[in-house]
Design a protein around this ligand. Sequence first.
Ligand SMILES: NC(=O)C1=CN([C@@H]2O[C@H](COP(=O)(O)OP(=O)(O)OC[C@H]3O[C@@H](n4cnc5c(N)ncnc54)[C@H](OP(=O)(O)O)[C@@H]3O)[C@@H](O)[C@H]2O)[C@@H](O)CC1
Ligand SMILES: Nc1ncnc2c1ncn2[C@@H]1O[C@H](COP(=O)(O)OP(=O)(O)OP(=O)(O)O)[C@@H](O)[C@H]1O
Length: 630
Amino acid sequence: MQANTTRGFLWSDVETRTLLNIWGDQDIQAALDGNFRNSFVYRDISRRLGAMGFERTPEQCRVRIKSLKRQFLLTKEGNLRNNGQYHKIFKFYDTMERILSNRPAIDPQEFIDGGAGGEEAGDGMEEDGEDAPDVYNESKGECPYPAETEVKLEYPTVPIPIPVKVTVGNNSPSIRPHNSCQSANNLSAKTIKRTRKRRTNFPMEKLMEQFLDQSAQAEENFYRVEEQRLQAEDRRREAEHTRELHMLQMLGQMFSSISSVRSAGTPSKMASPPVYYGASPSCTRGQSGQVRCPSPQKDCFAHQSQLLNPDPHPLVLDRYYSLGSASHRGMEGDILSLIKNIVPPLTSKKHKGQDGRIGIIGGCQDYTGAPYFAAISALKVGADLSHVFCTKDAAPVIKSYSPELIVHPVLDSPNALEEIEKWLPRLHGLVVGPGLGREAALLKTAKEVIEKTKVREIPIVIDADGLWLVSQQPSVIQGYQKGILTPNFMEFTRLYESLHHEPMDNTDHKRNVMQLSGAMGNITLVLKGEQDLISDGSKVMVCSVEGSGRRCGGQGDLLSGSLGVLAHWAHSASTAGTLRSMNPSVVAAFGACALTRQCNSQAFQHHGRSTTTSDMIQEIGPAFKKLFES
Ligand SMILES: NC(=O)C1=CN([C@@H]2O[C@H](COP(=O)(O)OP(=O)(O)OC[C@H]3O[C@@H](n4cnc5c(N)ncnc54)[C@H](OP(=O)(O)O)[C@@H]3O)[C@@H](O)[C@H]2O)[C@@H](O)CC1
Ligand SMILES: Nc1ncnc2c1ncn2[C@@H]1O[C@H](COP(=O)(O)OP(=O)(O)OP(=O)(O)O)[C@@H](O)[C@H]1O
């Protein structure tokens, strides 16, 4: 098989002969004879040519054959008038004659009008340009141009008719449409000029020269126009591409700047869409816990201002958010990219502690693992320092797990509050509950610490036994907008029943989460489970990042510790204006849930059934990177 040297529009002699051999086959001729539409025949020709090593489209084959037929016709006419001398100037004359002699007489109009079928409208006069040299190089029996000569321009899909003057008979000019696709190159033009001088004694030849000359000129014109059209098309595409990029960038920026809907009663909070199940309470508390009742006038004003100055992406996100459906995977992507924006950059300009100092209130004689998991998770997520405030006997045990943690054995000391309070100004986030136990004295201290922390407006995550405290005394955190509760199903039920004074209806968890958050003054609530449901009372967000079937104890501690850091980052971002129109607590909660589940999934891939929370903690770095830094 021959190498494919046939790209471009020039046909070498050998390629032309191969084409003629195929075209001359009886079955091809028979198929062409009987059909008005013959595109399928040319497809077959193209395929056969390809099998011989020449890659040509059916259209190229068709145009080439048409061109050869036109050459043949002109030559034949010349022969009739000049005693058969003309057949010498068309090297494929004999082959064509042999083939066509078996076919019905050719209608010359066929070549002039561009063929009978509509699909033949793309007649390629460009082939004339290359056939012309054939006329004068017959003795060599080869294509006068290197067959490899690449001509970049392709056949236009829609032929553009160019009027060409054709001299018919006694030099009387007439105009007929010419569908040209390819300009003859310089070489062909030169050859034509040279030969024109040598062969002026044949009137027919003169006619052909003129014809070819004008064809070449028309082609040149055509290609000039076509070139301009292509350039314009390129410019249009480029502009379109730039516009798309710009829009994507804007979209990215808008998503990245979606901010708190509800934090501290901003206008956007009041302008947020209708409440899922209509369970929002009429009164909420501000960041410092003050009760705030939205007035109808304020709502109206906020709604109007949103209409006047609509920010479409928060609305889009709100829609996802209020739908609360696990099928909205796109929403997860959107929130995850939001979280990327709250992650502080790692720069050499910062000092130790700036990316977060997190405190854990928990750790007693029974439970030393839980505060450790929470504290180490906070560090692994990116906090600079992690403090554990635990009982005296738990401290050495917790210290022994890790030298990374700062452990304060103060929780059961007589002046526990004082001891802890002095650290509060340095803390950016507080996690209350992991391994706290339910001893009254410890719970009392925890409660007092929460109160002091609220005054400082530090984000507070309450988990595990801290939630036991909340179920006993909801007011400890009610309405504090930087408070986040992370109950498992048992803890949630306890809280719900404590707040609503009736058994929980288990048929609709989303509704329950909304209601409980509302009852808690719209603080952010995470109901952990097969899907994590996150709500701030107005809507429910679902985190269904794939985890695993492994439910080892301590996963909730990983979540609460991570959330302590993320809450600090999210609220800082919100204060800095990076996170507009979206509740930072909700964003942080989603991030922590996604991270915990991702850790679970990754650890499970390595350890399967033997996965423990320590294995998951090892995955925090890679999981964080995958979710928030890739
Ligand atoms: N290594 C350590 O140091 C660890 C210490 N930890 C610390 O332990 C302390 C107590 O926390 P806790 O979770 O055991 O107490 P609590 O919520 O009362 O649950 C009690 C019972 O509720 C049930 N139950 C639980 N989840 C459920 C669900 N999703 N759906 C349905 N039911 C569910 C279940 O009942 P069961 O099935 O056994 O009848 C369970 O036994 C706390 O300080 C915590 O931080 C842990 O962090 C683990 C690692
Ligand atoms: N059925 C489940 N499928 C997938 N992930 C789950 C499932 N249940 C819980 N999780 C995930 O495990 C994490 C911890 O939830 P879990 O319910 O175990 O908390 P917990 O009981 O408070 O944990 P801990 O053992 O620390 O007290 C959450 O991120 C949650 O998404």
